[in-house]
Design a protein around this ligand. Structure first.
Ligand code: AMP
Length: 432
């Protein structure tokens, strides 16, 4: 606790940290908290799972007074992150009794309007916050701290103009804290315009590679689903997250996992907010062992006990890979990231490895697994081969390898021998 105290954290937050059995500050906390307390604007590498909520929260909680209006605003790209941050700040400020209110879309606005009248700290997604501004149900004139969390993602999601409009409603004199995995030119321009001599904080690595094992299997497109089912059935008892690139694929995977006896639920941006929250709650309470999700829905989520992350689809954006695998091996626990790679993922996987230098993803020998039944949704039938590598309704057949793009592997290693009967894969490729 002494190390936390030395950073200048107030006693009532220290009490919470001691209850939570936190022993020492994380790197980002060590570097950021003194700057925040010193009144500096900060640009920080937003290490997912690195403890960044406390990194900005400790200073904010110390300097925000109860019952004097909304003094701190945290903008986040997604509703789930908004909920999570608000919950964490509520916990950290438990003894100071601050009121932390989450504000996001997809739920009725009326209750939020009432709660905003008593809020000390607000965590919000930009769209719904603008709604409140239009209705005059939020007063930003007392803001002392503005936090932009996952700023790069907010920009990617097109919230830049919304964020500007919100900033224009805040007082000129305030501290701005910006957390972002990457700083694009656009974000740098933004920082120059809206921040006051920001101090940049870097943390070494946001994946604890000593605790996180990363592997990949190279299979045919038509085998991906069966292998996933096998791995989920034979894996440990911990929680698993399965990532897909599209809502449609996520729906497909969920439906078929359930059809094959796996207790899985889907979570993506096309679902009602209430349902998304319910699924996440059930997952964190371990009533569901597997969630199938898209990047947006799972961004920044902190759920303890996630032991396996599966990339059913390899992400297009190399940063998403790091965010995905950061859902496991959190807070000192160990975890495994499993990439199920087929020809349709080759380009994305190569890109992930190229852009994340130093990432070690070892090839694993594909275990023996049986083929499972798959139901292809109606609308993908009759359009030739869909994303699941077959056009038939079920996949009892062994199917051919899906060489959709017809491209040969660039750095083709010798085709590996399959442990499922000595067959070799014409579609395999070596990733270095
Ligand atoms: P965050 O990056 O803020 O989402 O935090 C990730 C997880 O790490 C959360 O479950 C925090 O409660 C936890 N955490 C934050 N700081 C520490 C710390 N200094 N020691 C141990 N766990 C921490």
């Amino acid at each position: 606790m002494e190390k936390f105290r030395k950073l200048g954290i107030c006693e009532n937050v220290l009490k919470v940290l001691s209850n939570k059995k936190f022993t020492k500050p994380s790197e980002i906390q060590e570097k950021t908290i003194p700057l925040v307390l010193d009144g500096k604007d900060v640009i920080a590498g937003s290490a997912t799972g690195s403890g960044k909520t406390l990194a900005f929260g400790a200073g904010i909680i110390k300097k925000v007074a109860k019952g004097e209006g909304i003094q701190s605003l945290i903008l986040t790209p997604t509703r789930e992150l908004c909920e999570q941050i608000s919950e964490a700040l509520g916990e950290f400020s438990y003894y100071k009794k601050l009121t932390v209110t989450p504000v996001y879309g997809g739920v009725p606005i009326g209750q939020q309007m009432k709660k905003l009248a008593y809020a000390d700290i607000v965590a919000a997604t930009p769209g719904r916050l603008l709604d409140h501004l239009k209705r005059n149900s939020i007063d930003l004139s007392k803001i002392k701290f503005l936090v932009l969390d996952e700023a790069d993602r907010m920009w990617d999601m097109g919230f830049k103009d919304d964020v500007r409009k919100i900033i224009d409603k805040c007082p000129k004199k305030k501290q701005v804290l910006l957390f972002s995995a990457t700083i694009s030119r656009d974000l740098a321009n933004f920082a120059e315009k809206y921040m006051n001599n920001p101090v940049e904080v870097e943390v070494d690595n946001y994946v604890d590679t000593s605790k996180l094992k990363q592997i990949y299997y190279d299979v045919r497109d038509s085998e991906k689903f069966s292998l996933l089912t096998h791995l989920l059935k034979t894996g440990g008892n911990g929680l698993s997250m399965v990532f897909c690139n599209t809502r449609r694929n996520a729906d497909f995977v969920e439906k078929n996992l359930r059809g094959n006896g796996i207790n899985a639920r889907v979570i993506h941006g096309g679902m009602e907010q209430k349902k998304r929250i319910r699924v996440l709650k059930e997952f964190s309470e371990r009533k569901i062992q597997v969630i199938v999700c898209t990047d947006v829905a799972a961004r920044g989520l902190d759920i303890s006990g996630v032991e396996q992350v599966y990339n059913y689809d390899l992400p297009k954006d190399a940063r998403d890979y790091v965010h995905r695998i950061g859902r496991t091996a959190r807070a000192g626990e160990s975890g495994i990231a499993v990439n199920i790679v087929a020809s349709r993922d080759y380009d994305n996987f190569s890109n992930v490895l190229r852009k994340n230098e130093g990432l070690v993803v070892k090839k694993s020998e594909t275990p023996r697994f049986g083929r499972v039944r798959i139901e292809i949704p109606e609308r993908t039938q009759g359009r030739g081969r869909g994303v699941h590598g077959r056009s038939a309704r079920t996949s009892g057949d062994r199917g051919r390898s899906n060489q959709r793009n017809g491209r040969r592997p660039q750095r083709g290693g010798r085709a590996p021998t399959s442990s499922r009967g000595g067959r070799s894969h014409s579609s395999s490729r070596r990733f270095n």
